[in-house]
Design a protein around this ligand. Structure first.
Ligand SMILES: Nc1ncnc2c1ncn2[C@@H]1O[C@H](COP(=O)(O)OP(=O)(O)OP(=O)(O)O)[C@@H](O)[C@H]1O
Ligand SMILES: Nc1ncnc2c1ncn2[C@@H]1O[C@H](COP(=O)(O)OP(=O)(O)OP(=O)(O)O)[C@@H](O)[C@H]1O
Ligand SMILES: [Mg+2]
Ligand SMILES: [Mg+2]
Lengths: 268, 268
């Protein structure tokens, strides 16, 4: 069945979009059919993949607001095995427009249900908040990957985030689990990096025995994604790291991360 | 009169909180009475200043939801000339709770009106969105400072941001203007930095003659704030850069930025 992965973290600028785009691209380069859904009104995943949100004829917004819209019509081919359902500016209005509707958190789940035969992997890029758009991502997803930095303050935010996953799992989406953490903008030399990573790993370790825990099998994925200026430059040219700077450290790291995740997903 | 400055950018992780905290601290160290208001449910400015949001007895949330609450009661002394109105987790609920109220964007403006005699400078740390909390910040502020990186994609977001300032100025707060941009996590060696900064400066230059433009007198502030690991570590210990690493490049940059802004503010 189609794997549905939400890249989620309510903290801003932690690498959600950079990871959605480059991890999806890494998986697609292995010949696996992949869809990216841009759930952020800022439309950075859309721009990162070389699409102008103002040009797109149908978007994630249209699909969320109009249950009868055709998702295959909204999906754009970005490269051979990589498709995109783009965001647009109107998506900012969706948070309040959805607020009054009963089924407001289930819209995307229904959309993805209609795409089950089309893709092996769907990656959902969430905005930096816990509002209706991220909730749609969490109800539509089956697993959550959390991009974050190895800073102590980031661990604080992790607690709140996991609480939200727990709430969604209990109330709305019993299949939801946390697969793990991608360490972004990683600086192995910084004073507290090793300590913070060790904290994260022992936190997940202590959940192994808890049959009820949504992060029972979560872990810190390897390799960490090192800070690499090329990763920050690619988006401005609408290119993934594999097109912009295929020899850069950022390309190696996302390729290795993708390969490791694929091995695991194919085993399960 | 009390200067009210919103640190605003809907893009996540661009340095809003780091700039709010360290710029306010730099101004306070010059002996000028300064208040920070943490408008972000993530409460990172609060944590950065060494305050546990769960301990605070009154918060920005209480003041926004209860017009009769006493703002001087919510303000905590962080250091000699620096006070904080902290955030708390409940602030996340404020976006939807405020949604149905008529005066929902004016709450903070009223709160600050009651503090006119108490502080020379108020810095408002906004969340990474254009929702009710940021709107309260923009209606309460008289000037906007935009923290951002010198990347081409960041220029895209700038357009949307300025459009929002224009809307607020026309509809809700005619006194609002953009003072300028703080370049955060600056890497002078990156390929496109100089070009992007030049783009920004010529954009503001072209607004000089436009009497109606909210960014008519906006500029790129100097110095840029260089990327400095110490700035990322301080928050985890609840310390500004001036306590955590007073000799670090980050301390020098924020001190120089603060001194330059003070000179300008005192002239006007
Ligand atoms: N490994 C890295 N090395 C260098 N820069 C990076 C790296 N990962 C991300 N960046 C840059 O950091 C910034 C934030 O990354 P990104 O936009 O992916 O975060 P985000 O979590 O999606 O942000 P938002 O919360 O706004 O959606 C971007 O400018 C991006 O190009
Ligand atoms: N000059 C700098 N050098 C190194 N790290 C920095 C610098 N400025 C900010 N950071 C780090 O970058 C991350 C994002 O900064 P910050 O939290 O200030 O951004 P923000 O815009 O407030 O984010 P949000 O959108 O989530 O509110 C933080 O981990 C911070 O410590
Ligand atoms: Mg993003
Ligand atoms: Mg912040």
């Amino acid at each position: 069945p189609m794997r549905r992965i939400a890249l989620m973290n309510q903290k801003g600028g932690v690498g959600k979009t950079t990871t959605t785009v480059n991890l999806a691209a890494a998986i697609a380069r292995q010949g696996r059919s992949t869809l990216v859904v841009d759930l952020d009104p800022q439309a950075h995943a859309t721009l990162h993949l070389g699409v102008d949100p103002d040009d797109a004829h149908a978007s994630a917004y249209d699909l969320l607001m109009d249950g009868s819209a055709d998702p295959t019509d909204a999906a754009l081919e970005v490269s051979e095995h990589l498709h995109l359902i783009p965001s647009e500016t109107d998506l900012a209005g969706a948070e309040s427009e959805l607020a009054s509707q009963n089924d407001r958190h289930h819209r995307l789940d229904r959309v993805l249900g209609r795409l089950e035969e089309c893709y092996e992997f769907v990656f959902l890029d969430c905005p930096p908040s816990l509002g209706a758009l991220t909730m749609n991502g969490l109800v539509a997803a089956r697993e959550v990957i959390i991009p974050m930095q190895a800073h102590f303050l980031a661990l604080q935010g992790l607690g709140k985030l996991l609480e939200t996953v727990q709430l969604v799992r209990t109330g709305l989406n019993p299949k939801l689990r946390v697969s793990g953490v991608v360490l972004c903008m990683h600086d192995a030399q910084a004073t507290h990096t090793r300590e913070v990573v060790a904290d994260m790993e022992s936190f997940f370790e202590s959940a192994r025995a808890d049959v009820e825990s949504p992060w029972r099998f979560a872990r810190v994925f390897r390799p960490p994604i090192r800070r690499n200026i090329k990763l920050a430059e690619g988006p401005s040219f609408g290119q993934t790291i594999f097109d912009y700077a295929p020899d850069a450290a950022g390309a190696k790291d996302y390729e290795a991360l993708g390969a490791g995740l694929l091995r695991e997903w194919d085993r399960l």
